[in-house]
Design a protein around this ligand. Sequence first.
Ligand code: F6R
Length: 262
Amino acid sequence: MAEVIIVRSQQEAGAIYAHCVANLIARKPDCVLGLATGSSPLAAYTELAKEIKERHLDVSHVCGFALDEYAGLDPSHPESYRSVITRTVVEPLGFTPELVHVPDGNLDTIEHAGQQYDAAIEAAGGVDVQILGIGTDGHIGFNEPGSSLASGTRIKTLTEQTREDNARFFDGNVDNVPTHCITQGIGTIMKARHLVLLAFGSGKAEAIAETVEGGVSSFCPASALQLHPHVTVIVDEKAASKLRNKDYYRHAYAHKPAWQGI
Ligand code: F6R
């Protein structure tokens, strides 16, 4: 079962992620980080930037792989995930731009881009820590309900729900949101050695309950995480509100041995 940590704020969640990743960078300067876009990981990146600065960590050899990219959106568009990763991760954290990869959403080459991306992750030694957000429909990456739980990186059609959820990044106009994406598959994500899923707000409560306490089903792609040996789910009170086993998660975290980390 995943470890579930219930926090008071996104900043508190971010600090837990940051401490784990900073320790990783300190012991493995050429570690491989799995990166997500969207709003959920932003505080985590801010906290990590702080910890990197305070501990004077050398991050020049850290490698990164983003989860997904819109298909057919120019990489120079401010909302392409290439731009978002540059703005929210590469620049503030001081990573080496050439070592941070984003799937290629170019429609001319997308047919083979997924396999090449998975091969590049393997060649880099695999992802050490993958940060994840979750969609209101239970997607991780852009693996919408019905995605194969064994899938590799590939093109997917976004649901109308996801396009509506993301319209806020495109002048509030759903028509501006691309219809397709290239996303790491659930099978790709499951190969990462440690998964850290962040979710905040009541809009995520249903998806979190399904993910952690529901049956494993491609209907809720994030539920595949139940089959992974090392998952940390960090949620605020609102996102935790539909969990049945909340008291136990609180009790377990409060009594966790200090040496264990997440
Ligand atoms: C983004 C991604 C998506 C988001 C999810 C939640 O790279 O893979 O799965 O994590 O849509 O988005 P936010 O965090 O904006 O609610």
